[in-house]
Design a protein around this ligand. Structure first.
Ligand SMILES: Cc1cc2nc3c(=O)[nH]c(=O)nc-3n(C[C@H](O)[C@H](O)[C@H](O)COP(=O)(O)O)c2cc1C
Length: 531
C-alpha cells in the first residue's frame, strides 16, 4: 500500500468512536476560549452586501428543473442573495446567558470551520480581486486587488477550512467533520445559486496549492500560527445559460501573480491548549495534487412534488437541525419518504449539478415509522451496479427483499431497529425517536488506494447528501439532523462488514421535531444597522 493510503487508513481507524472509547478529544472545554466562529481580516476595505428584502419567488420544487428558472442578472443584490442563502445567518438563538448564531449551512457542533471567498474578474460587479465573506456582517473584505487584468469577466467561489476551529471541541475526529461541512457548504451554494437561475460549476481540476494561491491561503504571515486555512474547493458561478469558455487554471494563476494583498487574519482564540498533530498530518497526506478535468453530468429525471412546497428562499432560511424528535409522531407518509430518497439519486438538479463524480456513497436506513413500510433495515443503492457486491459483503442474514418503489430499494431485515440505531449513534435518542435514521456507506478502500485526497471527497459526498436531506426534510414538513457521532466499527459489525472495503462515514436522522421552548429565537440580521 502507498504511504499516504496507509496514513489515511491509520487516521481513519484511530478516529473511530467505540462505545468504550471515544476518539481523542479535549478532556475539558473552556467555553470562554471557543474560537471565534467569524473570521475577520483587519486592514481590508469592506463592501456591504444587500440583504434579501422579501422571499424569492422561486418555489423549492422548481429547483428540481433548474434550467426552467430564469437567470437573474449578476448584480450586487443578487450576489448578496446567493451568499445569504448559502452561508448567511438564518437566526440568532438565546438561552441565557448564551447567544449564538445559526446559518443557512449547518456545521458539526455549530463551530463552522468553513470559510468562503469570492474571486471576481467582473469589474461591473466589483473591483476585481479576492474577497472574504463575513456572514455575521453580510459583507466582503477585499483581500486583494488584481493589476489590470485582461481576463474574461467571471465570478468564482472558493471554500477552505480552519481545522483548529473544529478540533478545539472534537479533537482528532475533527478533520472528518470539516470535510462533511465542506460537502454541506457546496450543496448549500448550489441550491442558493439555483434560486437565482445560476449554476455552480465545480472546478475540480484545481489542485489544493492552486486554490491556496488564488485565495491567499498560502500567505502564512497573514495568518496566526495554528489558525491557518486549508484549501478545499473552487467553483465558477455561471450566471447565464451561455456556454462558458473552458476554465483555465493557469490563466488565474497568472492574474494572481501581480496581485496586491491587504489585511491580516485576526486571532480566533487566545489559547491553544491542546494540539492535534494528526490533523495536520492527515491534511498533508490527503492533499490534492491531481489536476485532471472531470465533469460528469447526470441525466435529468422528474421528481414527485414535495408535500410542503414553499418559496425556496424561505425553506432554506428556515432549515434547522432538530435537537429532539417526537418519538410518538404520526408515521411519515410513504410519498414524502420516497420523494426524500429519490432526491438523493444523481440527477441534473442541485446539488448534483455542482458534483463531478459518480456516486460512491449508498444508504442503509433504519425505518422506524413510515406509513406502509414495515419497521426494519433497508438499503438504497445510489448506483445499482454495487448491489451484487454488497449482497456478498453484507451479512448473509439480510433478505434483500426488493420493494415496490419508484427506484431500486431493498428491505434487508424486518424488526424494530430503534435501540440499535440509538446505540450505534453514540446513544443519541435523535437516531431512534425520529421516523427514520440512516448511515452512509462509502466505497472506501478502493478510493483511498487510488488517490489519498479522495478520503476528503467521500466525506464531501456525504455532506452533500446531508444537505439534501436537511432541505428535503423541511419540504416534507419534518426536520433533519446530521449525526457525526457514531460507533464506526459497531455499525460495520451490525452490517456484517469484515474489512475496510466499505465504511460508514456519516449518519442522519429525520422526523417530527420537538422544540425546546426555553430557547429564544431572534431575526438573523437585526444587529445590522442597515437592516
Ligand atoms: C457533519 C455534522 C455532524 C453533526 N453531528 C451531530 C450529532 O452527532 N448530534 C447532533 O445532535 N447534531 C449533530 N449535528 C447538527 C449540528 O449540531 C447543527 O448543524 C449545528 O448545531 C447548527 O445548527 P443548525 O443545523 O440548526 O443550523 C451535525 C451537523 C453536521 C453538519
Amino acid at each position: 500500500m502507498k504511504t499516504n493510503t496507509n496514513a489515511i487508513s491509520h487516521y481513519h481507524n484511530r478516529t473511530k468512536h467505540q462505545s468504550n472509547a471515544y476518539a481523542k478529544a479535549p478532556e475539558f472545554l473552556d467555553w470562554d476560549e471557543q474560537p471565534n466562529p467569524f473570521r475577520r481580516f483587519s486592514g481590508c476595505e469592506t463592501v456591504e452586501l444587500p440583504l434579501l428584502k422579501t422571499e424569492l419567488a422561486c418555489l423549492f420544487s422548481e429547483l428540481d428543473c433548474p434550467t426552467h428558472i430564469n437567470a437573474k442578472p449578476l448584480t450586487l443584490e443578487n450576489l448578496g442573495a446567493m451568499l445569504e442563502l448559502s452561508f448567511g445567518l438564518s437566526a440568532w438563538k438565546a438561552f441565557a446567558p448564551d447567544r449564538w448564531a445559526l446559518r443557512c449551512n449547518p456545521s458539526s457542533g455549530n463551530l463552522h470551520p468553513t470559510e468562503v471567498y469570492l474571486l471576481c474578474t467582473d469589474s461591473n460587479l466589483l473591483p476585481s480581486g479576492v474577497y472574504h465573506y463575513v456572514s455575521h456582517d453580510h459583507h466582503l473584505e477585499r483581500r486583494c486587488e488584481f493589476a489590470a487584468a485582461d481576463a474574461p469577466s467571471e465570478l468564482y467561489v472558493g471554500l477552505s477550512s480552519i481545522h483548529w476551529r473544529e478540533a478545539w471541541k472534537y479533537g482528532e475526529r475533527a478533520f472528518r467533520y470539516c470535510q462533511h461541512d465542506i460537502g454541506h457548504a457546496l450543496a448549500a451554494l448550489s441550491y442558493a445559486a439555483a434560486c437565482l437561475g445560476w449554476t455552480v460549476e465545480l472546478c475540480s481540476e484545481a489542485t489544493d496549492a492552486q486554490i491556496a494561491q488564488w485565495l491567499g491561503l498560502n500567505r502564512a504571515d497573514e495568518f496566526v500560527k495554528d489558525e491557518h486555512e486549508t484549501a478545499d474547493l473552487f467553483c465558477r458561478i455561471r450566471t447565464n445559460q451561455k456556454t462558458p469558455v473552458d476554465f483555465e487554471a493557469n490563466r488565474l494563476s497568472e492574474i494572481l501573480q501581480n496581485a496586491v494583498w491587504f489585511g491580516k487574519a485576526e486571532r480566533l482564540n487566545g489559547r491553544h491548549f491542546y494540539r492535534w498533530a494528526i490533523i495536520d498530518e492527515v491534511s498533508q497526506q490527503a492533499e490534492k495534487f491531481t489536476n485532471s478535468v472531470e465533469r460528469l453530468q447526470f441525466p435529468h429525471f422528474e421528481l414527485p412534488k414535495p408535500s410542503h412546497d414553499l418559496s425556496a428562499s424561505r425553506l432554506i432560511r428556515g432549515r434547522r437541525s432538530a435537537q429532539h424528535f417526537n418519538g410518538k409522531s404520526e408515521p411519515l407518509p410513504l410519498a414524502d419518504f420516497y420523494r426524500i430518497l429519490s432526491a438523493l439519486l444523481p440527477n441534473a438538479k442541485p446539488p448534483f449539478t455542482a458534483w463531478n463524480w459518480s456516486p460512491q456513497v449508498h444508504l442503509f436506513l433504519f425505518v422506524h415509522r413510515v406509513d406502509g413500510l414495515e419497521s426494519g433495515l433497508y438499503f438504497l443503492p445510489r448506483d445499482c451496479e454495487v448491489v451484487p457486491e454488497l449482497k456478498t459483503a453484507l451479512s448473509a442474514e439480510f433478505i434483500w427483499q426488493k420493494m415496490d418503489a419508484p427506484f431500486e430499494f431493498y428491505q434487508l431485515a424486518q424488526e424494530d431497529f430503534k435501540q440499535v440505531a440509538r446505540t450505534l449513534s453514540c446513544f443519541q435518542p435523535i437516531a431512534s425517536d425520529s421516523t427514520f435514521s440512516l448511515g452512509m456507506l462509502a466505497n472506501f478502500s478502493a478510493n483511498i488506494e487510488s488517490e489519498a485526497w479522495r478520503y476528503r471527497r467521500l466525506f464531501w459526498e456525504c455532506g452533500l447528501l446531508g444537505q439534501i436531506l436537511y432541505l428535503e426534510a423541511e419540504a416534507a414538513g419534518v426536520r433533519g439532523t446530521g449525526i457525526g457521532c457514531f460507533f464506526d466499527d459497531e455499525v460495520h459489525r451490525m452490517l456484517g462488514l469484515k474489512n475496510e472495503r466499505w465504511q460508514s462515514l456519516y449518519h442522519f436522522t429525520v422526523g417530527e421535531p420537538l422544540d425546546d421552548k426555553r430557547i429564544q429565537t431572534f431575526t438573523a440580521y437585526e444587529h445590522l444597522v442597515r437592516f
